[in-house]
Write a protein that binds this ligand. Structure first.
Ligand code: NAD
Length: 352
């Protein structure tokens, strides 16, 4: 299948590009190469004749029309987005423009292309979204997000993603565009940009710096290894029912404090400090404004309808991730000097 993947130089998009090429799909990677992108993320696939790259911005409709016409994809997997909640608090405008207007542009470009080709039945527009659109769950671990949970986004990031989800559904209902949606929990793994919690903890630990935990560290997230997410996306693309959404999660709930302690224990084992333990570097810092208490996915639909389940346990995935960062300084070191990385963002102090 010929896939147009947007955001393929980012964290999840690049995992999808690597997996799709490895499985024999032709891939056009469309990415604007923002601060969050890294072309090296796709290096394992870049030499394949199945891979092509288009530097383009999803806010640029003319560029999208050209790429659809020249590349003639059979499906779109839309991952390009501004993705960092803390940055959305300081600068929500970029999130509205890329996540909402950009998705609108992509939908319109896809619709024009699809209609121009006689509305081929097999075409798919797969929109990749987040569980954060559902808001925040209570502590009771029997309660989880299903596909029928009402939307209740609470950060500029999740509100912009929720808006884009609504646009995608509307383009299906109104114009018949054959869409698929997925809402996934927190991802982790190799090539995770070093402003997100897990890489920050690993890299600060090794550098002897504080391991910052927002608030009391009780916020709970449901963690999924990024390569399992990529596998789930291809499963939904191939087998998902048009117009339907699928929640994707790892059924691995951890509080931030538990997660950081686990990472410290892995680091203690893989690269022990000369004296003491990494957990001694944990430091509690001011909480994020509006910090959602808990996210957890009920993955019954994707498991029962499509037979998908994660392949990597969180213990194994975290171990692989720590080992990857320890072995790949040449990847993460230059990214640490990009704008905003290593600074405390999203306290509301720099709001627009
Ligand atoms: N990271 C997670 O835990 C998670 C969980 C669920 C869903 N998601 C969703 O998955 C998608 C990918 O997330 P990620 O963590 O890989 O993000 P990321 O920030 O690592 O990558 C985003 C990519 O999109 C590109 N991009 C940004 N603005 C663009 C624009 N205007 N035009 C073209 N390209 C642009 C960037 O250059 C970057 O390569 C996002 O839509 C996000 O909402 C992420």
């Amino acid at each position: 299948m010929k896939l147009l993947i947007t955001g393929g130089a980012g964290f999840i998009g690049s995992a999808l590009v690597r997996l799709a090429v490895a499985r024999g799909h032709a891939v056009v990677n469309l990415d604007a190469l923002t601060y969050a992108a890294c072309e090296e993320n796709v290096a394992p696939a870049a030499d394949s004749p199945l891979y092509t790259f288009e530097r383009a911005d999803i806010r640029d409709r003319a560029a999208l029309d050209r790429i659809f016409a020249e590349r003639a994809p059979e499906a779109v997997l839309h991952l390009a987005a501004e993705s960092h909640v803390d940055r959305s608090i300081d600068g929500p405008g970029d999130f509205v423009e890329t996540n909402i207007t950009g998705t609108y542009n992509l939908l319109e470009a896809a619709r024009a292309y699809w209609e121009g080709r006689g509305r081929p039945e097999g075409f798919r527009f797969h929109h990749v979204s987040t569980d954060e659109v559902f808001g925040s769950l209570p502590a009771d671990r029997t309660i989880k997000f299903t596909e029928d949970t009402p939307y209740d986004p609470r950060s500029p990031y999740s509100a912009s993603k929720a808006a884009s989800d609504h646009l995608v559904r509307a383009w299906h209902k109104t114009y018949g565009l054959p869409v698929l949606l997925t809402n996934c929990s927190n991802n982790y793994g190799p090539y995770h940009f070093p402003e997100k919690l897990i890489p920050v903890v690993i890299l600060n630990a090794r550098a002897g710096r504080a391991l910052p935990i927002y608030g009391t560290g009780e916020n709970v997230r449901d963690w999924l290894y990024v390569e399992d997410h990529a596998d789930a996306l291809l499963t939904v693309l191939e087998k998902g029912r048009v117009g339907r959404s699928y929640n994707i999660g790892g059924e691995n709930e951890r509080s931030n404090l538990e997660l950081v302690r686990t990472l410290c224990a892995i680091l203690d084992e893989l690269c022990p400090k000369e004296s003491g333990f990494y957990a001694q570097q944990i430091a509690f810092v001011a909480d994020r404004p509006g910090h959602d208490a808990r996210y957890a996915i009920d993955p019954t639909r994707i498991r029962e309808e499509l037979g998908w389940r994660p392949s990597v346990t969180v213990e194994e995935g975290l171990r692989r991730t720590v080992a990857w960062y320890l072995a790949n300084e040449a990847w993460w070191r230059p990214l640490q000097s990009r704008a905003g990385v290593g600074q405390r963002l999203g306290t509301g102090a720099a709001a627009e």
